[in-house]
Design a protein around this ligand. Structure first.
Ligand code: WT7
Length: 647
């Protein structure tokens, strides 16, 4: 790709914080100046809010950059910040309201969570797991997944959570890469009323040569499972006679807390390695300030613990802040398309954190579902995972937030560990589609292809100029790849791989992955901007665009569009949409072709897979489809594309 990215889409709506929010918020405007004046001092202050066994003297060791190390001489056990310290005054506070997909429920107070974590930590030790081991966790969203993560942390074992929707092959590859000797799983997981056979997948994943010596199985769905007496243990038997206290292992701040695999667009999955002290500092600080968390809040992050969002903002960030969270096991459409809103109303959720893919799905399903429920408990909304198109932002704001709740659009990555760019709800004036400003202590900039900072109003590449505590430490087993992927594009800067532009106020607008940028007649055009222009049309729920090779313009824009509700697409609507994009952002961005489709190909974490749409547009053999959540849609789109109208 050459040249910086064009800035085409203009969005003028603004939402300043209400006086109530401004007055009561955890974070005030001054926090930016404080962090700016002394970045390391700011992070040290945030880190000192945690429980340390040995207080750190060193804040940052940059002697072996880009292998940065934080709080190196400090020691701690992260579970003491997340559990033990809350017990003296808040042992009866609810840590989790858990709701199973079939409708069964469980509540865990901080005392009960602590006791269960200790029992399982002791249980793991009793079957031979200890400091330095890596434990694979392959489970559904049951309370025991959180318990398992924390029990590992308690005894100094690293966890490697593998999303329960991944196949046996994906699990095998991840187990081998991290040399996991133990797997924690469930007999099965509930998904849309059906059982996903997790234990069966584990059996397949460790069949033949495998480092796995033991498997612990939580009973959930009560389906039949194969059993190996020598290797398999029931969770309830492992914890049965264990005491509810467990001496926590003292860990160095830089010891490994967990590995989490991120697939990236090509190649072998990368085992992103996170440490103890720096990671907890980042997630605890951002949870407090970005979600403006208060003791009386009921917080719900709809992610799965298989993704980093679940690690940082279901487990470690909320627990370090003594939050009360909701965990829901199943899908948003079971038994009805209003399940989320029913849950929000029943628990009185005040803070809701979800993903644009979910929001666009709710737009498709229509406003009647949320309208049937009392959502007045909500006071703050969050978004993460993809750029949120301004119209999806407005829909979320009006139909879920009752035009009353600020929305924090949080940009970050598995690699960054914690939120990097986001509004602070009592400080920042919100703009639909903009993640606004780097978090205090985060030195993010927009640069051109030479690495020079782009002035406000310009587009280019997002980069981070200084290290931050929750950053990844390496790619497990491949430090060279770490250096090469993240630190070689721009000298001395972290390169996340996203395009970004800023406006006159210096606010950031994320433009999607750099690999997806389209080159049309010499202009670099972001997929996000064209998609947002399409979603701006009242008939459109979701859109994806890709560049397809074109002899005249280099690349031509091919669009794939999903319509709201019962709307049907025809040639008239295609003309209208092309005209809409032309007026909204300019004729250069007009799609050459538009295909209507019932859905878009998505990864299991809900991101649109543009690579496959490129293959379809250029009539190539499809690349790897194993990471797709909805493989069946690809054929449908392919036949639609063959008969689509063209310029
Ligand atoms: C990529 C990271 C962060 C937890 C979930 C995803 C995209 C994420 C935003 C946002 C625009 C976003 C980026 C990023 N992304 N949040 N608010 N606005 N883009 O973690 O799977 O590691 O993906 O997701 O492209 O690089 P991940």
């Amino acid at each position: 790709m050459s040249g910086a990215i064009e800035n085409l889409f203009h969005e003028d709506r603004q939402f300043p914080p209400s006086d109530d929010f401004r007055r009561a918020a955890n974070a005030r405007e001054e926090i930016y100046a404080r962090a700016e004046a002394d970045r390391l001092g700011f992070w040290a202050e945030e880190a000192r809010k945690l429980v340390w066994r040995t207080p750190f003297q060193t804040i940052l060791d940059d002697s072996d950059a880009p292998f940065y190390r934080w709080f190196t001489d400090g020691t701690l056990n992260v579970t003491e910040s997340c559990l033990d310290r809350h017990l003296e005054t808040h042992s009866a506070k609810i840590a989790f309201h858990w709701e199973g997909e079939p409708g069964d429920t469980r509540t865990l107070t901080y005392q009960e969570l602590h006791d269960e974590v200790c029992r399982f930590a002791n249980g793991l030790r009793s079957i031979g797991v200890g400091k330095g081991d890596t434990v694979a966790i392959y489970m559904g969203m049951v309370p025991e997944i959180v318990v398992a993560m924390l029990a590992c942390a308690r005894i100094g074992a690293a966890h490697s959570v593998v999303f329960g929707g991944f196949s046996a092959d994906a699990l095998r590859e991840r187990i081998a890469d991290a040399t996991c000797t133990t797997v924690v799983t469930c007999d099965g997981a509930w998904r849309r009323g059906k059982v996903v056979p997790l234990k069966e997948n584990v059996d397949a994943a460790i069949d033949g040569e495998s480092p796995v010596e033991r498997v612990v199985v939580v009973r959930r769905t009560e389906n039949e499972v194969e059993w190996s007496d020598a290797r398999d243990h029931w969770y309830h038997e492992v914890v049965a006679d264990q005491p509810a206290t467990c001496e926590a292992e003292e860990m160095g701040a830089e010891d490994l807390l967990y590995i989490l695999y991120t697939s990236g667009s090509t190649g072998k999955p990368k085992g992103i390695a996170h440490s103890q002290g720096g990671y907890l500092t980042g997630v605890a600080s951002t949870f407090r300030n970005v979600f403006d968390h208060r003791d009386e809040d009921i917080y719900w992050c709809t992610a799965d613990c298989g993704w980093v969002t679940g690690h940082s903002y279901i487990v470690y960030g909320p627990l370090a802040n003594r939050a009360t969270s909701v965990i829901y096991e199943g899908t948003p459409d079971h038994p009805g398309q209003d399940r989320f809103w029913e849950v929000v109303a029943r628990y009185g959720v005040t803070i809701l954190y979800t993903a644009p893919t979910a929001i666009r799905t709710f737009m498709k399903w229509g406003t009647a579902h949320p309208a049937r429920h009392d959502l007045s408990s909500l006071r703050l909304l969050g978004s993460v995972g993809e750029p949120i198109n301004p119209e999806a932002w407005m829909w979320y704001h009006e139909h879920i937030g009752g035009s009353r709740c600020p929305i924090v659009d949080t940009w970050w990555q598995t690699e960054t560990g914690a939120i990097m760019i986001s509004p602070l709800p009592g400080v920042t004036t919100l703009k639909p589609g903009s993640a606004t400003r780097p978090y205090p202590g985060i030195d993010a900039v927009i640069v051109d292809e030479e690495g020079n900072e782009v002035p406000p109003g310009g587009g280019g590449f997002l980069a981070v100029r200084s290290p931050w505590p929750s950053m990844l430490r390496t790619i497990h087993g491949d430090p060279e790849r770490y250096r090469e992927v993240y630190w070689s594009r721009f000298d001395g800067m972290y390169f996340p791989g996203d395009g970004c532009k800023s406006d006159e106020d210096g606010d950031f607008w994320l433009l999607g992955r750099v690999d997806d940028v389209m080159l049309v007649s010499g202009h670099n055009i972001s997929t996000t901007e064209v998609e947002s222009a399409l979603v701006d049309h009242h008939a459109v729920a979701e859109a994806a665009v890709v560049g397809r090779t074109d002899p005249r313009t280099g690349q031509a824009i091919a669009a794939f569009v999903t319509l709201k509700g019962e709307t049907r697409g025809d040639d008239g609507l295609i003309d209208e949409l092309r005209g809409h994009v032309a007026t909204k952002i300019g004729p250069i961005a007009k799609p050459a072709s538009i295909v209507f489709t019932a859905d878009l190909p998505k990864t299991r974490s809900g991101k649109i897979m543009r690579r496959l749409l490129r293959d379809i547009s250029e009539q190539r053999q499809l690349g790897d489809v194993t990471t797709l959540a909805n493989a069946e849609i690809v054929e449908a789109i392919r036949s639609g594309a063959a008969s689509s109208s063209e310029d």
